[in-house]
Write a protein that binds this ligand. Structure first.
Ligand code: UDP
Ligand code: MG
Length: 338
């Protein structure tokens, strides 16, 4: 293999994406074809679709496409592991054969024309390339505001994230090797990749609307994603409650002295209001503190078990790459599968 033509694998996690799959495969194939023709990447480059335990026709579509499009290959996870772990499964797999890997969502919200710029940055010697959204106009107001809060909170907690960057990025082999040394169960790639700290560049692009289908991130998954992001990177929330605890301890000392003086002077009355307020206030505070500690214990709980992060059911990638036969891509611009 020529060194100047790196083997690129584009990893695409898919969860119930039958509505967009054909279009995504078509468009990404065209990108790979262009890049190959311009000798920017090796002609053995691949599109690796990771089926994250879909319950619709996503996997059969991937298999069908892989038999007629030599760029397309697939990895089927045994059950739904979530976006981050599905992506990780794809990266782990792709690492075996690739010089660089680009991850992108299946819904074509990220601008695929940025892929060429990623590769150009790779050739300039950057080991990590972040896709950065210029604007989020097309996301819903709700998504935009919650995301903005989340990023602000993460920053406040001292967790370094690349602003407006999701999981659209290029990693070279060295970065992938480094990444695989982070063995945590609660993977939050957006936080981990900047920690690697290799030479990195940013590429700006405009975020589009989902091509078809609907978001696979309902509020419940978003919240769980945010909690894991925070608890697996920062102990600041626990520390916050420790400080409040100290502060209240100090304050109750002063209040105690005040109460004693009042009693000695004979000014005390039933004290119902103050008791009520402190019971509710402290009770609430305790529950909140316990809840936050519980979040961490939950994270520790899942980490110490060291369970595998995903299970692979079917692997077309390693098998196909090993084979000598090379088919020309047919139907790249034509037939839909459905
Ligand atoms: N996804 C996944 N497993 C899941 C949920 C989502 O692999 O459990 C994939 C999904 O198919 C898509 C990507 O993760 O390729 C991002 O999901 P989506 O576009 O629905 O999220 P949003 O853009 O709305 O945040
Ligand atoms: Mg999306």
């Amino acid at each position: 293999m020529n060194h100047s033509q790196p083997l690129l694998t584009i990893v695409v996690p898919c969860y119930n994406e039958e509505e967009v799959f054909s279009e995504t495969a078509k468009q990404l194939t065209a990108v790979l074809k262009d890049l190959t023709e311009d000798t920017l990447i090796s002609s053995d480059s691949k599109l690796l679709f990771v089926d994250d335990g879909s319950t619709d026709r996503t996997w059969p579509l991937i298999v069908m496409e892989s038999t007629r499009n030599r760029y397309v290959t697939g990895l089927k996870l045994a059950h739904n592991s979530g976006h981050q772990k599905a992506l990780l499964a794809g990266l782990d797999k792709a690492k075996q054969k690739s010089d660089c890997v680009i991850s992108i969502d299946a819904d074509l919200q990220d601008d695929i024309s940025a892929i060429r710029k990623f590769i150009e940055k790779y050739h300039e010697g950057y080991e990590i390339v972040y896709g950065v959204r210029r604007s989020r106009k097309t996301d819903t107001l709700f998504k935009r505001t919650t995301a903005a809060w989340f990023y602000r909170l993460m920053n406040k907690l001292g967790i370094q994230l690349i602003d407006n960057h999701a999981d659209f990025r290029l990693l070279n082999k060295r970065a992938l090797d480094e990444l695989s040394r982070y063995a945590e169960a609660n993977v939050f790639l957006r936080g981990l990749v900047p920690l690697i700290g290799l030479r990195s560049a940013k590429v700006l692009y405009d975020r589009k609307e989902r091509h078809a289908g609907e978001t696979k991130y309902p509020l419940k998954k978003m919240l769980s994603f945010a909690f894991h992001g925070i608890t697996s990177f920062s102990v600041a929330p626990i520390r916050f409650f420790t400080f409040i605890g100290f502060f209240l301890f100090f304050l109750s000392g002063i209040a105690g002295i005040y109460a004693m003086i009042q009693k000695l002077l004979g000014y005390t009355n039933a004290g119902w209001a103050s008791l009520m307020i402190s019971i509710w206030f402290l009770g609430g505070l305790h529950l909140m503190g316990i809840g936050i500690i519980g979040e961490y214990i939950g994270t520790i709980f899942t980490e110490v078990k060291k369970r595998p992060r995903y299970a692979v059911d079917i692997d077309l990638y390693t098998e196909r790459l090993g084979r000598a036969e090379r088919r020309e891509p047919e139907n790249i611009h034509g037939t839909r599968l459905s």
